[in-house]
Write a protein that binds this ligand. Structure first.
Ligand code: AMP
Length: 187
């Protein structure tokens, strides 16, 4: 899929996972779109799919007058540096029919985000890692804690379980319900 193997894009320093992607969508067959994204990721020559959370049915955030979302988190390993990984995720979004002009927080067939990239902390005009809303969204925290219950925010040292418990004091659990058990199986 990716023919550019230059050193700028790829690292030989590959660890054992710890890269978490958020996957969501609220247009069309949501389950099919999420499954398609996972299938492309699992077949990608530069990525290895390690774990997938359950799918969660979640209320829209920001622009609330839009259909409900289906969200999940997956853990991958990759040889790509963060910026190159983002490019690949955008390419997968386009393959799955995401319009370039999708408004921020608006309806979309598929949305792929880098939530965590091992313990990397970075802020560039294109990329904020950890994802800037990762401690405030049930649809990130619920599936993340499901597959990585002990994981800690690399900047604050606070566990994501702790962020989730705090958020559940102010937001109803019904805002992010388990849609089905872990369903994705590698083809
Ligand atoms: P969205 O509308 O949510 O898909 O936002 C897309 C834009 O957010 C991308 O074009 C990225 O440049 C930017 N962005 C910043 N940080 C991240 C991140 N951690 N993961 C994905 N996109 C990011």
């Amino acid at each position: 899929m990716n023919s550019d193997n230059s050193k700028i894009r790829r690292s030989s320093n590959v660890g054992g996972g710890g890269i978490y992607l958020g996957i969501g969508g609220n247009i069309g067959d949501r389950e099919l779109n999420l499954t398609r994204a996972l299938t492309i990721i699992s077949a990608h020559p530069d990525m290895r799919l390690l774990r997938v959370s359950s799918f969660y049915r979640t209320s829209p955030w920001g622009v609330t007058e839009q259909p409900w979302f289906l969200n999940a988190i997956c853990e991958i390993e990759t040889v790509l540096y963060p910026a190159a990984l983002l490019e690949e995720l955008k390419r997968i979004e386009r393959i799955l029919g995401r319009e370039k002009s999708t408004p921020h927080w608006g309806p979309r067939a598929i949305d792929l985000d880098i939530i965590l990239f091992r313990s990397i902390v970075m802020r560039t005009p294109l990329l904020t890692i950890p994802h800037k809303h990762c401690t405030e969204r049930l649809f990130v925290l619920m599936p993340l804690v499901e597959i990585a219950p002990c994981i800690v925010h690399p900047e604050t040292g606070v566990s994501f379980r702790n962020y989730l418990d705090e958020l559940l004091k102010t937001q109803p659990e019904e805002a992010c319900l388990k849609y089905n058990q872990i369903v994705f199986k590698k083809p």
